[in-house]
Design a protein around this ligand. Sequence first.
Ligand code: GLU
Length: 282
Amino acid sequence: MRKTRYAAAAIAAAAALTLSACGGGDSGGAEATGEAEGSGETIRIGIKFDQPGLGFDEGGSYSGFDVDVAKYVANELGYSEDQIEFSEAPSANRENLLSNGQVDMIFATYSITDTRKETVAFAGPYFVAGQDLLVRADDDSISGPEDLEGKNLCSVTGSTSAQKIKDTYPGVNLVEQPGYAECVSLMAGGGIDAATTDDIILAGLAAQEANAGQFKVVGAPFSEENYGVGLPQDNTTCEAINEAITKMIDEGAWEEAITANTEGADYTFNDELNPPTPEPCA
Ligand code: GLU
């Protein structure tokens, strides 16, 4: 039961969009003219490839809540699904991908922060998560980051999750990896006691078939992560993206997407913080 959604998506992958059909990096995609459909323009969107339920590479097609919000927003901007070029945006590369003009938008569990706003802009937020811990299913000794003194904790380079541990819990032995899936593999090997990032990411990884029953999310979030749509600072799309997010929420498509994408996971979103209201664009 845990994996029905991923299995169905994998079957659908055979008929998925092909990147080669997308017109090869036409950067004109950033223009939200509403006339893109059928014009051959593409929009380049950075997502995660290794976070099941959020941004996940099913072998050429992509699934997850970030992907669903990205498709909805792109459609509102005038791009049909086959005009979207998805590419991988690992945590540590997101600001660079935007400021170098390699992608037009990023939907990748990307928290809005003042530090990041020095180099990139954000539309949204479209979701609020909280930083939490993933531990082995039989480990009852860890109920928060204060229990990790002297222990090995894995997180990802360039994430707010790793930064928070460095800033607030310097006694923890932080091991940084390029992605959270690597953290989970290391935990399975036994050398790592816990992994930390947003609760929704950890729940998706714990629910993966390969990890079934091995891990649990502690369930005591210790931050608020406002997921924004990363944009170049000179974008012209922020307002239109906020309108699209609001429409997605008002129409019920947001609720449908979050429900479908967390279906097999042991996760309930915080309904006091969600769905959020997008902030005015700077
Ligand atoms: N939301 C946090 C961040 O933006 C952690 C998840 C991630 O690395 O994507 O850094």
